[in-house]
Write a protein that binds this ligand. Structure first.
Ligand code: ZN
Length: 515
């Protein structure tokens, strides 16, 4: 059931708080995002009238996640609590408030059982983990996926047989050494592009302006091999990243309730922690795809480390599901032609999220509510900005959302998805593979019959060189109307998922950009 009446919500924002020099990987991710996000908020064209009234109430540095107890939760491993924790650190500077803005957004519908907006904050206590509605016994046959093997026994998954969680895997293991050989024998040439420094565009100024690298992060360069949108207007390729997690079951329950299917870009380290949830996602006919082993910025890794990241995540997914995804999303969207070539050599098609200008992407920024770097109100403002840019698009779109933290799931199930379902004209909400007009069997290496989705490397050698066509987008404002890949077609031969990037010029920009 949904509210049919429209509601208008206007709230003063909580200032963004700054945390840096965090100790663990996920906190470090936030530190790396600070400069672009703050800069984009200053230059955003979407600020709405209002006054600065609020004061900071929470801090990323003082609100570690306390995962709920899972010992008696069906479908959730009883011994693992491996969700990364954003921990306080003695080197964290004092919070620095930024100018506040009043956010105004409209919601055509909300979920009657939604968590109140006032409770979706970084300091919120952890909610109780919802038991999975469905679990599946080993040997269950995924009848919806012709050619797929029976479901493996997730209970025998041995974490000791895998690399350390949330760390880039070593490259001297027999598995990685074999994958390195496989890449070398794939026929795909890996371009000799230098490794990036951490810190994104500001710390890699030469790379950021080098069109030959086609680095998506700094300007949004894409290749025809990248999936960046759905081809059909009003089609939304629904995606959630960084799970499975304690809160994925809440999202699955809502998706089931509304008969929605999604693509989940899962982190290998999380799959170790929540194999039963991954099985439920898969058997629920959602699309499973790769989001690396430890969620690093791939352009900062060596070729061998990238192979290890992708290889281990492919392997653990196959060990749990019996099938191997053939799509990947680079963490932070951090991809250049070197990462693209390695992904292609490993049978993985990159899937980004839609970008409408050099500085604006369809990123709700839901990930950062948990840390206090943004607010739920700002996320809903971002969502409204996205809506303002999709209705007149000639093609569909893909939005970046997450299912790692409860706040992101709460805003998705309570507000964004109900609002999307009530939208007129209606959206067609579906997994990425479906929005590309391909059957679900095309999403896995073992079930893909190669008819409608031939692997990139199967049609003979494919070379992604530094001289491949394409160019970095113009770096002007959000109304940039250039197309960076419309003329790029030479790589499309033999690439089943190739299609052109459409960068449209619409006046309203989006407030955030994620590295
Ligand atoms: Zn991610």
């Amino acid at each position: 059931m949904k509210f049919s009446t429209s509601c208008l919500v206007s709230v003063a924002s909580i200032p963004v708080l700054v945390a840096a020099h965090a100790q663990n990987d996920f906190a470090a991710r936030h530190a790396q995002h600070l400069n672009p996000r703050q800069a984009s908020s200053v230059t955003s064209s979407t600020s709405l009238p209002g006054t600065s009234t609020s004061t900071p109430t929470t801090s990323a540095a003082t609100t570690p996640v306390v995962p709920p107890t899972v010992t008696s939760t069906p479908g959730v491993p009883p011994t693992t609590t491996n969700i990364p924790v954003i921990s306080p650190t003695p080197t964290t500077p004092a919070p620095v408030p930024v100018p506040t803005t009043t956010y105004t957004f409209s919601l055509q519908s909300t979920n009657p059982t939604a968590v109140p907006l006032t409770a979706i904050i970084s300091s919120a206590p952890s909610s109780v983990t919802r038991p999975l509605d469905h679990t599946f016994t080993p040997g269950s046959v995924p009848t919806f996926l012709p050619g797929a093997p029976p479901l493996p026994n997730a209970a025998i998954l041995a974490p000791a047989s895998y690399p350390t969680l949330d760390r880039v895997p070593p490259i001297d293991s027999p598995e990685v050494q074999q994958w390195i050989k496989d890449v070398a024998n794939s026929g795909v040439t890996i371009p000799n592009i230098p490794i990036n420094n951490l810190g994104g565009c500001p710390n890699n100024t030469a790379a950021a302006t080098d069109p030959d690298r086609c680095w998506w992060t700094c300007g949004g360069c894409t290749r025809p091999t990248d999936v960046v949108e759905c081809p059909t207007a009003m089609s939304w390729g629904l995606t959630y990243d960084d799970g499975p997690s304690f809160y994925t079951s809440d999202l699955l329950n809502y998706l089931d309730q509304e008969n929605l299917k999604s693509t989940f870009f899962v982190v290998g380290s999380r799959v170790i922690s929540f194999p039963n949830i991954l099985q439920t996602q898969y058997m629920g006919e959602h699309q499973i795809a790769v989001h690396t082993w430890s969620h690093p910025q791939l352009t900062t890794l060596t070729n061998e480390e990238i192979i290890a990241e992708l290889g281990w995540s492919k392997k653990v997914i196959k060990d749990v599901l019996g099938v191997t995804p053939n799509m990947m999303r680079p963490p932070f969207g951090d991809i250049d032609d070197r990462v693209r070539a390695i992904s292609t050599a490993m049978g993985l098609t990159p899937v980004m999220w839609t970008r409408i200008s050099a500085a604006a992407t369809f990123d709700t920024d839901d990930f950062d509510i948990h840390s206090g770097l943004t607010t739920v109100e700002h996320v809903l403002q971002n969502w409204e900005n996205i809506l303002g840019n999709v209705t007149n698009r000639p093609s569909g779109f893909i939005v970046l959302e997450h299912d790692l933290f409860q706040q992101a799931v709460e805003v998705a199930t309570g507000y964004i998805l109900p609002d999307a379902l009530a939208h007129q004209p209606p959206f067609t909400i579906q997994p990425v593979i479906t929005c590309l007009n391909k059957p679900l069997i095309d999403a896995y290496i073992e079930t893909n019959d190669n008819k409608t989705n031939p692997p990139a490397a199967s049609g003979g050698p494919v070379t992604l060189s530094s001289g491949a066509p394409g160019s970095v987008q113009a770096t002007s404002g959000a109304d940039n109307s250039s197309s960076n890949s419309a003329a790029s077609s030479s790589l499309s031969a033999g690439l089943g998922l190739a299609f052109l990037t459409s960068v449209i010029g619409i006046a309203a920009g989006l407030a955030v950009i994620r590295l």
